[in-house]
Design a protein around this ligand. Structure first.
Ligand code: ZN
Length: 150
């Protein structure tokens, strides 16, 4: 069986985010926090958002894990800074579709650096790694909606 490989350009981008993660820090002013773990790989993160009105004013994360999980959440937090809640939800849905092999979404340039992870969809055991940040984001948006505005 042929082993699919991530293109080297995309691999470099993933490693760059892994080595220099964006928005990796504790946030004191968070309004919602979600802990998410992927025991299969050992990935564990806490996503922290400061939501103001219908906007993500700030997004940060702390945690550890493999390069895929850490790069994906770094890319995600960079994309959702200042985004509206509906845009963040839409991004989560598009990225989840990308991880499930949606080839139309793969052409979506608005995904930015996240497109570097499209090759992960060929490795079923790694999909959970790539999705841990967005799973946390979707949980955070649900929790925020359930608790009402602060
Ligand atoms: Zn992982």
């Amino acid at each position: 069986m042929e082993t699919p490989r991530l293109s080297s350009l995309y691999q470099q981008l993933i490693l760059e985010h892994y080595r220099n993660p964006r928005n990796k820090a504790e946030m004191d002013e968070k309004t919602v926090e979600i802990h998410m773990a992927n025991p299969v790989c050992g990935d564990e993160i806490r996503l922290q958002l400061r939501i103001e009105g219908d906007q993500i004013a700030e997004a940060k994360f702390v945690g550890q894990g493999c390069s895929i999980s850490q790069a994906a959440i770094s890319m995600m937090t960079a994309k959702i800074q200042g985004a509206s809640l509906s845009d963040a939800e839409g991004l989560a849905e598009r990225f989840t579709a990308l991880m499930h092999g949606d080839t139309e979404v793969a052409k979506d340039r608005s995904l930015g650096d996240l497109r570097a992870l499209q090759g992960v969809s060929k490795f079923p055991v790694r999909i959970k790694c790539a999705l841990i940040g967005f799973d946390a984001l979707q949980e955070a948006l649900k929790k925020h909606a359930a608790e009402g505005p602060h």
